[in-house]
Design a protein around this ligand. Structure first.
Ligand SMILES: O=c1nc2n(C[C@H](O)[C@H](O)[C@H](O)CO)c3cc(O)ccc3cc-2c(=O)[nH]1
Ligand SMILES: C[C@H]1O[C@@H](n2cnc3c(N)ncnc32)[C@H](O)[C@@H]1O
Ligand code: SF4
Length: 380
């Protein structure tokens, strides 16, 4: 891990040559994570595609007039989870729009028909639905959340996450990626990460690159994540995600980051972040994803044998066997992991309720140890 002043220096941002940066990063990865890369076998549950935000890069979101705007019903959620279970998936990724009912009458009506008045209350109960009827572990990616909202969700999710995206306030200006997105202010995003730390929630975050930010903004964002991790120790992984331009969005004509941009950002992340933080990059957003290994990643994120990546629906997952082959060609093996990383269920106290610890023990074949868990969980 390099110092803040080193990371902030002009030389670091403009860079030593990419080759030596990657070499350094790969060495750090090997020293901490060894020759094993990981992924999580998951199903994607897009609980609702309505949202009060309007990110310039997003096609996941559907406006209230779209015939496709929806909430999944409880039986649709369970059907996906059951089918995933049959295919040996262990994670249920709940990824959804943010507070649509605060902007759209249509969302309020759909929620009322389901018997709810808030998306987050419905999310809680659908996580519980999956938890009590299947072996899958919920991971919640619902965007910016308050302390009380995170606290309410903690007993029904093994881990949670939210992309920081970037700390630059410039992206909120008119014509920029986060214009008219109340949930994408750096303040709200950083506060969510902070509150998750206070609550001992194993947390995933990350940066989206190529959305109008500078190299210095990327470094600043990685330092902001590191600072919160140094205070609370709760960041399990940081995703480096490349923007993909989508037809029909305001950013349709914007340039996408290239492979070298990804490699340099991954290597910087590896150097700036503590070694115990997993560095993840998705294998479906870049044909040459194998090159990420040489830049210092140790994880490919969630991969699904069943559901598409609803956020990047035009980008199919590679076969898990192809990802394994790419790893093996470079002297690495590929192993499955759970949505919550091992150090949070093996060593850390307070992160899991007894119920979740028990579910994890069943999945890993280990006995739940009473000192790893806190009391007051959902009764089994
Ligand atoms: O399929 C996807 N999974 C995404 N995931 C899922 C992620 O790959 C896995 O669920 C985690 O690694 C946990 O195993 C996210 C999770 C977060 O907490 C935050 C952001 C993302 C973003 C994506 C994404 O764009 N596509
Ligand atoms: C769940 C995460 O998906 C990412 N996301 C949303 N739209 C895109 C896109 N066009 N390209 C890449 N990633 C995207 C954002 O970073 C969001 O936080
Ligand atoms: S990226 Fe997330 S917050 Fe932004 S519009 Fe899409 S669903 Fe909403």
């Amino acid at each position: 891990m390099i110092s803040v002043s080193e990371a902030m220096s002009y030389e670091f941002v403009t860079g030593p040559d990419l080759y030596s940066l990657c070499q350094q990063a790969a060495q750090l990865r090997d020293a901490h994570w060894g020759k094993q890369l990981t992924y999580s076998k998951k199903v994607f549950i897009p609980l609702t595609n309505m949202c009060r935000d309007a990110c310039g890069y997003c096609t996941f979101v559907k406006g209230p007039d779209s015939p496709h705007a929806n909430y999944m019903t409880p039986s649709q959620v369970l059907k996906t989870a059951f089918e995933g279970e049959q295919l040996d998936c262990k994670e249920a990724l709940f990824s959804l729009g943010e507070r649509p009912e605060e902007r759209h009458q249509k969302a309020r009506e759909l929620l009322t028909a389901l018997g709810y008045d808030s998306t987050l209350a419905y999310l809680h109960d659908q996580c519980e639905n999956v938890l009590s009827n299947t072996s899958l572990l919920p991971h919640v990616n619902a965007g910016a959340l308050s302390y009380d909202e995170l606290k309410h969700l903690k007993p029904v999710a093994a881990s949670m996450g939210m992309m920081l995206e970037n700390v630059s306030n410039d992206l909120l200006k008119k014509g920029q990626a986060h214009y008219s997105c109340p949930d994408k202010t750096p303040k709200r995003r950083l506060d969510t990460i902070e509150q998750a730390g206070k609550l001992d929630i194993a947390f995933t975050t990350g940066i989206l690159i190529g959305i109008g930010e500078t190299w210095q903004d990327r470094v600043n964002s990685l330092i902001a994540i590191r600072d919160r991790h140094l205070s609370y120790g709760h960041i399990q992984e940081v995703i480096i995600q490349n923007f993909r331009a989508k037809e029909g969005t305001t950013m349709a004509g914007c340039q996408e980051p290239d492979l070298d941009d990804m490699k340099r950002t991954i290597a910087m992340a590896r150097l700036i972040l503590p070694a115990e933080i997993s560095i993840q990059a998705p294998p479906n957003l870049e044909r040459e994803y194998g090159c990420y290994i040489g830049a210092g990643i140790n994880d490919f994120g969630g991969i699904s044998p069943l559901t598409k990546d609803f956020i990047n629906p035009e980008r199919a997952w590679p076969q898990i066997s192809s990802v394994a082959q790419a790893c093996e060609g470079l002297g690495y093996s590929l192993a499955e992991r759970l949505t919550i990383y091992e150090r949070f269920y093996q060593q850390k106290e307070g992160y899991l309720t007894t119920h979740l610890a028990h579910k994890i023990a069943l999945l890993t074949g280990q006995a739940a140890h009473s000192t790893y868990v806190q009391s007051g969980g959902v009764p089994a």
